[in-house]
Design a protein around this ligand. Structure first.
Ligand code: FES
Length: 639
């Protein structure tokens, strides 16, 4: 447990060996010497006596030599055993605990509570090396590699050059006992020796990082226990070169130093985040041996130092679409000298490694249900599929969903209106503001508003207000503000030849104009038309499940997404915000190299649809300008 795998084993098989035969990863650093404690398991069912006592009908061997020493020194929890030492004698149900933390550290629960089965690319292998002998002129390194092969079955790995100068010192310092850090590729074919530590090194760390165009988020995890030790985020400093993606590409096109400046900026920010997570996790950056990065194609290219100009126009050619694996030091990321960096593959010119990571997390390719996964930003990345077939596209939604191009739009920050309700009778609004607990009509709001301010409307607020205006009859199905309502409500006001809705009077005055409504209609029509194209390709007229990814997806109320027709009709309880699915996918790839192979295979099978080339796009777009849609019904919404 929790994998549920079962099997039969000869009496006396060590539990660690039984787990391996079942393909269940149980950590081991000391190679079964009973000193690292990484291989702990819990006996869920099956009898065994306490340490120091034996009983004739035990289902597992009694505590023996190394295990007794470990239990006495490190205090093995009740019910726990070292799987390298304990052997099978009868029927057992074995639990692989997720908290096998040997070094007592204060660790935080993973933010999304997800348990990721581990099989990291880094393997820590403790070996005891034969001392040098004048009669056997084998080199220190060569004898170390013989021990690696004998104890761990790892044939001669590729040796990183930086290892050689220090090898003799490390071996002597560790009194011929050393721990080797071995890096395995996703295909498991070419092990590399990337670090050597004196004695038993019973920990190794990795970082998973999502490079967003607005924010960069990083998690620090133990590669041996899977725990997240620290998380941190920062805004992407590339913003100073251009607010959105296309303006950054333009900046590169117009400035000879532009690409380099943005590459340096993002790498500096990432190195700064590494300092932060190390300080919070109580480790040093040289303890980090592996790193995984995801990002949209432009972030991906700039991070790798690749000019993104080709991504600025058709045919949106990626310099590299497959997964990229290299040494972190080669791209200016300061970790252990031998640390590795892995970037997930990109799906297409506008559907990046972040969408691949979200796909890995949500796993449409692992399900029978038809799942729609949408990440809304300046460009919406859309993946639609199930076990049989998966298709993907991007749609040019523009920055309206992020609050740009909207007269009262702003970033999601304190002072931004994020929730709105409009009374259909009086047309009076009530709203909630980021940084203020109360709704605007509740006691205490005014007081708080004086200090926090009410400065604008963020992306999720804009979706709500347009949807609420539609539900209250202020705007028609075609998105036209009904000026006749001005006669009965002070909230509908004339603005030149069109009408606006007055959301807030005073300073600043916040209104939703006809142009604002149009901007949202255009953005949502582009998104919906992209989704419809993918549904056409799949030959379906409804989806079973919808995942709204990213920051925007996390705050948007699914009901309003349907009211506006951002996404197709679906059971409301099957429309879910999936949080930072890209970041979680990065952590999955960090902690389990099988996931790297899985997403590499999946991406090669995803069919990419170029929305700009599809004649039906325009037709879907026109119908989707209506609220929620001119031709498509939303029966689930009516329920
Ligand atoms: Fe190290 Fe069991 S493998 S204690």
């Amino acid at each position: 447990m929790p994998s549920g795998k079962r099997g039969r084993f000869a009496e006396g098989t060590p539990l660690l060996e039984a787990a391996r035969q079942l393909g269940v990863h149980v950590e081991s650093v000391c190679g079964g010497r009973g000193i690292c404690g990484r291989c702990q398991i819990e006996v869920q069912e099956g009898k065994f006596a306490k340490h120091g006592i034996t009983s004739s009908n035990d289902h597992i061997t009694p505590f023996g030599g190394n295990e007794i020493r470990y239990a006495e020194k490190r205090d093995l929890k009740p019910g726990r055993r070292l799987s390298c030492t304990a052997r099978v004698l009868g029927d057992l149900v074995i639990d692989i605990p997720q908290d096998t933390v040997v070094n007592a550290q204060v660790v935080r629960k993973d933010s999304d509570g997800r348990v990721i089965a581990r099989n990291p690319a880094i393997q820590m292998c403790y070996v005891e090396v034969e001392e040098p002998d004048m009669h056997k002129p084998l080199g220190d390194l060569d004898r170390m590699l013989i021990a690696l092969e004998t104890d761990w079955g790892i044939g001669r790995p590729v040796i990183d050059a930086h290892i050689l100068p220090g090898i003799q010192k490390v071996l002597r310092q560790g009194e011929w006992k050393v721990t080797l850090a071995i890096h395995h590729d996703a295909d498991g074919e070419r092990p590399h020796l990337i670090a050597v530590y004196p004695g038993l090194k019973n920990e190794a760390y990795g970082i998973a990082c999502d490079i967003g165009s607005t924010t960069i988020a990083m998690h620090l995890s133990s590669l041996l226990s899977g725990r997240t030790l620290a998380s941190a985020g920062t805004s992407n400093p590339q913003i100073r070169f251009g607010e959105d993606l296309m303006s950054r590409v333009s900046y590169v096109m117009m400035n000879p130093e532009g690409r380099e400046g943005m590459t340096i900026a993002v790498r500096e920010a990432i190195n700064g985040l590494i300092d932060k997570v190390c300080a919070e996790g109580g480790i040093v950056r040289t303890d980090i041996l592996d790193s995984v990065f995801v990002g949209n194609p432009i972030m991906h290219h700039l991070f790798l130092g690749i000019d993104p100009t080709e991504l600025g126009g058709a045919p949106f050619a990626l310099a590299v679409s497959g997964a990229v694996a290299l040494k972190s030091s080669e791209i200016g990321i300061h970790l252990n000298t031998g640390a590795r960096t892995y970037m997930l593959p990109c799906i297409a010119g506008h559907v990046g490694a972040d969408a691949a990571a979200a796909t890995l997390t949500e796993g449409p390719h692992r399900q029978d249900e038809m799942m729609l996964l949408v990440d809304v930003g300046t460009n919406a990345e859309i993946v639609l599929g199930n076990r049989t077939r998966t298709v993907a596209a991007s749609s040019p939604t523009g920055p309206a969903f992020e609050g740009a191009e909207i007269s009262c739009g702003q970033r999601a920050a304190p002072g931004a209106i994020e929730r709105i309700r409009i009374d259909p009778e009086t047309l009076e609004p009530r709203y909630r503001v980021i940084g203020i607990e109360q709704w605007s009509d509740e006691p205490g709001f005014e007081e708080m508003a004086k200090s926090v301010g009410v400065t604008g409307v963020c992306g999720s607020g804009i979706i709500e207000i347009i949807a609420e205006m539609y539900l209250a009859g202020i705007i028609s199905e075609d998105g036209v503000i009904n000026g006749a309502l001005a006669a009965r409500s002070r909230r509908v006001i004339a603005t030149g030849r069109t009408w606006s809705y007055l959301l807030k009077d005073g300073e600043p005055r916040l209104t939703i104009s006809q142009t604002d409504v149009r901007a949202i209609q255009l953005a949502k029509a582009a998104l919906y038309a992209g989704i419809k194209l993918l549904m056409d390709k799949q030959g379906i007229d409804h989806v079973d499940r919808i995942g709204l990814a990213g920051a925007f997806g996390s705050f948007i109320d699914p009901k309003y997404a349907l009211v506006l027709g951002l996404v197709p009709d679906c059971d409301l309880d099957k429309v879910k915000a999936v949080g930072n699915a890209a970041g979680t996918g990065a952590r999955m790839a960090l902690l389990n190299r099988d996931h790297r192979r899985e997403i590499e295979d999946t991406v090669t099978r995803i069919e990419k649809i170029e929305t700009a080339l599809e004649p039906k796009f325009q037709e879907h777009f026109v119908y989707a300008m209506a609220l929620p849609n001119k031709v498509d019904a939303f029966p689930k919404l009516a329920e």
